[in-house]
Each structure stands twice: as C-alpha cells, then as structure tokens.
Write a protein that binds this ligand. Sequence first.
Ligand SMILES: [Ca+2]
Ligand SMILES: [Ca+2]
Length: 248
Amino acid sequence: MTNTPFPLKKRSLWLWLVTACLALPLHAGDMRAWGPEQATGAPNSQGPGDLESAWASLTEDGRDEWLLLEYLNAVEPAQLRVFETFNPGAVVKITALDADDKESLLWEGTDPLRNGPPAGVAEFALNSAAATQRIKLYLASREVAGWNEIDAVELLAKDGSRQWAHLARASSTYAEPAPVATTTRVADEFSPYLDQPVVVLMEDSSKVHGVLLSSGKDFLILRADRNSRVLMLNKSKILTLEIVGGRD
Ligand SMILES: [Ca+2]
Ligand SMILES: [Ca+2]
C-alpha cells in the first residue's frame, strides 16, 4: 500500500476548491473589517462614520492610496458612482485597466465631494474608453485629513447597464495585521514612554491622545483613545510627546 500523504487527485480537488472559492464573491461574514472587499457589492454603510463595512487604508494620511475594482461584465464605461462614507473628497484620478494592465485615463480632477458634506455619492462622468471590467481609483489621502473610506462603487455603462464591484484590491488596508506586530521596538528617546498614556503634538498642530505601544525606526505606534485604532505616527513630524498626568 502506498502511503502518499497528499494524493495527487485530492490535491487537484483541493486546488480546484481554493480557486473556486477565490472566484466567488465574499459573504458579509467572510469580510475583514475595513478590507478592500468592503467596497464590493451594493452600499451597506449608514454613513457618515468610521464604519468597518467600508474600505479604509492602513493610515489616515500617511500616503496616497488606490482602490482597484473588478466587475463581472466588461462594458464601455460611462459613469462611476463612488459611495464615500467617511472624510470624502480624496478621489483625484480614475483609470480603466485592460487585460495587460495597461491603463487609460477615464477622469482626472477634483472630487465633487472635496470640502463638501461628511458623506455622499460622488458621480464621475468618464471619458469614452474600450470595454473594461477593471477600474482603478486614485486617492490623494494626504490632502484630505482622516481615513477616506469608500463603501461601494457602481459602474454605469454606455448601454445603460449598472453593476457593483465584484472584487477589490487596494494599496493598503486597515484590515492588515496591526503594525505593532511587525515593528521592532528600538531604544531611543521615546522608550521611557512605552505603555504609557501620552499626548503627541504633531507638526500640523493636531494632537493625538493614546497609549504608546512601540517606537520603531521611523514611526511611533500608538493606540488612539478616540477609537482604539492603532496609529502610525511619522517620527519626523512629531513636535512634542508628553505623558498624560493623573486627574487633578
Ligand atoms: Ca486621508
Ligand atoms: Ca460596503
């Protein structure tokens, strides 16, 4: 009798199952809070608010971001409706990707929700382009303070059809493992403040209250009092850091 731990046939079936599962739309229960998958399907976030049923990038304003959406049917795009549920207004460019990942510009400019309401549906009229089923949104996250969260993205075609995104990927996501796990603590001037409640004054005059979890090479990792989120603060932009004293 052979003792193959993983017979080829079974492995093929297993691979098929994995492939089949990856191709299926995720159900709500399988979705990670704030993962890009939260931008698939019809809107399900009652914004405005920091809601885990919308995609959020890893950092609030640490870098510019992108969100790539895939639709079931390739269509000639006419309009995109972006459901922006928290700190809207960061979309600056929209492109279509072809099968070879070549991008063509569909829209570029200022998001109609910039400096507008705290949540809304931004409607973008798109340049004509060949049929596509992949749309990429570019967000100037650094220019619009806070997490610029997107709940859903509807693609309207020239033939009048409408569809919600089926799959999504992003430049980063808050659903990634907490950065504290991957940051090596270094011994520096912040070491005496580790695990203490602190208030950090940033270069842009914003103040962050929280518990200092780690001091890495370039970033401080802090759990914010406001919403228990783990934040990465760029050390080069910190003016002061103080321990929050006991109550008077
Ligand atoms: Ca931002
Ligand atoms: Ca959603």
